[in-house]
Design a protein around this ligand. Structure first.
Ligand code: ASP
Length: 414
């Protein structure tokens, strides 16, 4: 399974490199690239667009139904959810700020297709009001992502208020729809090497190698953002709410962070996260077994930060000025979207389409990110996992379920 994923990543990278070479060869004749190669890229993009609404909708219904489980709700659930949502929203903001300061897209300018440009700029109030669909089916049909998210959350949480024999068939249906959509995503991603090739050739044939420098800036911005977020947010959280020294926290969670970095999967890292939190940080079994699996499913600070950086990068590349209202839309979409993001490699990339779509940024830009996505995935997954553990420490402390002595002893041994 893992081997297959690696191979696909390698193929995507090869598609990118080959596309850059062919693009350079075709620099004198960009119309050939536009006419004969680009349609394959457009086909790939259409396939991705086809997946977005049903995937987000079904996975969020199921995700929300699991959060709303009356057994897991209550005080601990409320605290966990609040911590997850606030830190994720903060992470997107860090991403947006960093991309504003570092301007990774500054050196590259690609005009937008007329089709994508038309999105008008709504105010913050309109954005917030529009999140609640007066006609949910219209929201689904139009692919209005915020409305899709809100309606799915209502359905998922609403279903938990009913006896299981009533809600179960409904949730099972969406569960299998989500599984099917993930399967289709896997099929579509098998075409990614061709898609990436076909999309990058026209870009390089028209703009030359200027595209490469901005991409290294994106990597730099995401990595710096991850470090800033971890140091700023998690250090203060464990220090203020759990009176734990940040150094001790980072030392204790290091095994999970390294595993996440190498696997790019917070779900795959979960056993290590639970072990590190329990044995090294002194989080009780009760809190760890609730907060961490939930976190691996719905809490993605690193992913949200990456989406903030990428969205702004693409806005810069396409010369689109984002209003404050649109930035708020990005924060809301990335934060709520993270609930439906699976903790597996590349899931955040699929969800990036959602964020781009929410503010009318051209999905063609995804091709620029695709080739470097794995490098970004490693950093963001580490932050996702460290964020889950920081929540476990904070919630455990507030519930008197943190064994500080155990913590000291174990780290000294580590
Ligand atoms: N790989 C990430 C995780 O497992 C999700 C993502 O692609 O952003 O946490």
């Amino acid at each position: 399974m893992k081997k297959k994923k690696m191979q696909l990543t390698t193929k995507i990278l090869l598609g990118l490199i080959l596309g850059i070479i062919v693009g350079m060869l075709l620099q004198g004749a960009p119309e050939i690239a536009q006419t004969y190669i680009k349609p394959f890229g457009t086909l790939f993009l259409n396939l991705i667009k086809m997946i977005i609404v049903p995937l987000v909708f079904s996975s969020l219904v199921v995700g929300a139904a699991s959060i709303g489980d009356p057994k897991s709700l209550g005080r601990i659930g409320g605290k966990t959810l609040a911590y997850y949502l606030v830190t994720t929203a903060f992470a997107v903001t860090v991403g947006l700020l960093l991309a504003t300061i570092l301007q990774p897209g500054a050196g590259l300018s690609i005009p937008v297709d007329a089709t994508a440009e038309a999105a008008e700029v709504p105010s913050i109030i309109t954005t917030l009001l529009n999140m609640v669909p007066s006609n949910p089916l219209k929201g689904l049909v139009d692919g209005n992502i915020l409305q899709v998210i809100v309606f799915a959350l209502f359905l998922g949480i609403g279903s938990t208020a009913l006896p299981e024999n009533v809600s179960k068939p409904f949730i099972s249906f969406f569960d299998s729809l989500a599984e099917i959509m993930y399967k289709i995503t896997a099929f579509v991603m098998m075409l990614a090497p061709i898609g990436v090739f076909a999309l990058i050739v026209p870009v390089v044939s028209s703009y030359g190698l200027d595209v490469l420098k901005p991409l290294s800036m994106v990597i730099f911005a995401v990595y710096v953002g991850c470090v800033i977020h971890a140091v700023l947010v998690y250090s203060s959280a464990v220090k203020i709410f759990a009176k734990m020294s940040p150094i001790r926290f980072f030392k204790g969670i290091a095994p999970a962070a390294v595993t996440a970095f190498s696997t790019s999967s917070s779900a795959g890292t979960l056993p290590v996260t639970i072990r590190s939190s329990r044995d090294n940080l002194g989080v009780s079994e009760k809190i760890a077994s609730f907060v961490l699996p939930l976190g691996a499913t719905i809490n993605m600070d690193g992913t949200a930060l990456y989406q903030g950086v990428c969205a702004l990068f693409l806005a810069q590349v396409y010369g689109i000025d984002l209003s404050i209202g649109q930035m708020v839309t990005i924060i809301i979409t990335a934060t709520l979207g993270s609930i439906g993001t699976a903790g597996v490699p590349g899931a955040g990339f699929i969800m990036l389409t959602l964020v781009l779509q929410s503010v009318g940024l051209p999905l063609e830009g995804l091709v620029l990110i695709a080739g470097i996505d794995r490098i970004l995935d490693m950093a963001r997954t580490s932050v996702n996992v460290i964020g889950d553990a920081s929540c476990a420490v904070v919630v455990a402390a507030s519930e008197n379920e943190l064994d500080i002595e155990n913590d000291t002893e174990q780290v000294a041994l580590a």
